[in-house]
Design a protein around this ligand. Structure first.
Ligand SMILES: Cc1cc2nc3c(=O)[nH]c(=O)nc-3n(C[C@H](O)[C@H](O)[C@H](O)COP(=O)(O)OP(=O)(O)OC[C@H]3O[C@@H](n4cnc5c(N)ncnc54)[C@H](O)[C@@H]3O)c2cc1C
Length: 480
């Protein structure tokens, strides 16, 4: 039998009363997601400061049979970090006090951090050591390393440096029975059986709470060159990507595609943003090169690639950033898209990925599929094109989390049309944001039964009581 007052009492004794929040105004920031779409009741928010305190919290919750929801920066775009509207209200374990940089080993190119470190703080610590931590995304000022690991975050550097998974060497995790697993290895080679860290990366808090990590660092680029281009269509963007890869090789560090609706939303809703190219165009590409060498050499390489693309008729207009400030302004524009879409009321964010070569055909087919349901429904597209991740966003406004049933049903049909199209191209419905609450139905629809069965078996092995983020990531276990 669940006794909430007794649990809260135990948690207060373990962490101190100031680290256990229950008052409505104290917990307000933890109950609603970044986009204001999901909210739900909770038993308490706890703010542990050490791994051992996380373990005490987990043991207490497990004893009382109360669900446990890890929360990082609460920037999930799939409702992953806030309580569900139904079920037993969880204890939210907010990791913000676990924010120590535990150590940097520049000669091993590694940094060891608490899971509650904000991504931007880790990037900054790496720079201070003359290194780069390459994961970069619009929420980097508030999302945490633990959240990045739990969702296997992507962002704009994946083309060159890979996802979060590719940048993690070791983990420390509090398991569902409260045991602390110290897997903080800094090894690049370690073939000693199952590589357990990979089970936790992308597990969205369903297998344990990440409390620490060893991350890979890279050489800090000393030179950067960037251009903002307008192109006729995604096919031209794909050909341009081919030219950039052939000319610039591994120096190509970002290749992002935006359509004119996305440009307009940023201009309308985010003050101070200016579109770098003067003439309105249907499609825009942001290209970045980075290297440890000479800036002039890098710019010359970029200009040579652009000259080939212009000659091939792929590019309508191009602006090469003339300074660091201009490069920062280009990135500010790109990183403003989620804020613009939130303010513009654009509802149906998708997180599809298809093979890079299929991006243009996918965009065309998904647009046709959506228009077969709602003719002329505007679509917003922003894509990490270099890695095939397309946020294909039908312009369908939501009235937050208390939406009308009819509207929700239409939203489901449209989302399914987009994700079915991605599946036809050998793609996925969830590339970088995670499954969260939003896409659990898609797991049941698209994942092969054998994969779901294996995932349920892993879940049962780690969390037999099913207390860690119930209702997230996995559809109900038919054997439970
Ligand atoms: C403006 C904006 C831009 C974004 N751009 C991108 C982008 O380009 N690429 C991208 O991949 N994502 C992007 N996102 C989504 C989001 O930022 C990422 O998913 C991020 O990794 C989430 O980190 P967080 O700390 O906020 O996690 P939260 O939102 O707090 O949690 C996300 C999930 O991880 C779990 N979790 C959190 N911390 C832990 C932990 N320590 N241990 C175990 N489980 C944990 C939670 O339970 C939840 O299931 C963006 C979001 C915003 C608001």
């Amino acid at each position: 039998m669940i006794s909430m007052p007794q649990l809260i009492d135990e948690l207060s004794q373990a962490l101190g009363a100031g680290a256990v929040l229950t008052g409505p105004s104290d917990v307000a920031a933890y109950v609603e997601d970044w986009r204001g779409r999901y909210r739900g009741p909770l038993t308490a928010v706890v703010l542990p400061s050490t791994t051992e305190e996380v373990s005490l919290v987990v043991r207490a919750c497990t004893r009382h049979g109360v669900p446990i929801l890890a929360q990082g920066g609460n920037t999930s775009l799939s409702g992953g970090a806030v309580p569900a509207a139904d079920g037993v209200p969880p204890v939210v374990v907010a990791l913000q006090r676990l924010r120590r940089i535990r150590g940097i080993d520049p000669r091993n190119n590694t940094i060891t951090v608490d899971a509650g470190c904000v991504l931007a703080a880790v990037q900054q610590a790496a720079v201070e050591a003359g290194r780069l931590y390459p994961v970069s995304l619009g929420a980097e000022g508030s999302c945490q390393i633990g959240g990045n690991i739990a969702t296997n975050a992507g962002g704009t550097g994946v083309l060159r440096y890979g996802n979060t998974r590719d940048n993690v060497l070791g983990l420390e995790v509090v398991l569902p029975d409260g045991t602390i697993w110290d897997g903080l290895t800094a090894l690049r080679k370690n073939n000693t059986g199952y590589d357990l860290k990979h089970l936790f990366i992308g597990s969205e808090g369903t297998l344990g709470i990440v409390t620490g990590a060893v991350l890979k660092l890279h050489p800090l680029p000393t030179a950067q060159a960037m251009a903002w281009l307008s192109v006729r269509n995604p096919e031209a963007a794909l050909d341009l990507l081919g030219i950039m890869q052939a000319t610039c090789g591994p120096r190509l560090s970002a290749f992002e595609l935006l359509d004119e609706n996305q440009i307009r939303l940023v201009l309308e809703h985010v003050p101070g943003r200016r579109c770098p190219v003067a003439d309105p165009a249907a499609w825009h590409v942001l290209v970045e090169l980075s290297d440890s060498g000479d800036a002039a050499e890098l710019e010359a390489r970029l200009e040579a690639a652009l000259a080939s693309a212009l000659e091939a008729g792929l590019v309508i207009d191009a602006v090469v950033a003339a300074s660091g400030a201009q490069r920062a302004a280009f990135w500010e524009f790109r990183h403003s898209v989620s804020e613009a879409n939130k303010k513009g009321g654009v509802g149906l964010t998708s997180d599809t990925a298809v093979p890079v070569s299929a991006v243009p055909a996918f965009i065309e087919a998904a647009t046709a599929a959506v228009h077969a349901i709602v003719p002329d429904l505007p679509v917003v597209i922003v894509a990490h094109m270099g890695d095939g991740n397309v946020h294909f966003i039908p312009f369908f406004s939501f009235p937050a989390w208390n939406g009308l049933a009819e509207r929700d049903q239409m939203a489901r049909r449209i989302r399914q049309a987009v994700n079915d199209t991605a599946a036809r191209f050998g793609g996925t419905f969830s590339a970088e944001h995670g499954v969260g609450q939003t896409l659990v139905g898609e797991m049941a629809r698209y994942k092969p039964p054998v994969e779901l069965m294996l995932m349920q078996a892993v879940k049962r092995a780690f969390d037999p009581a099913g207390l860690f983020n119930p209702g997230r990531l996995l559809p109900p276990d038919p054997t439970a």
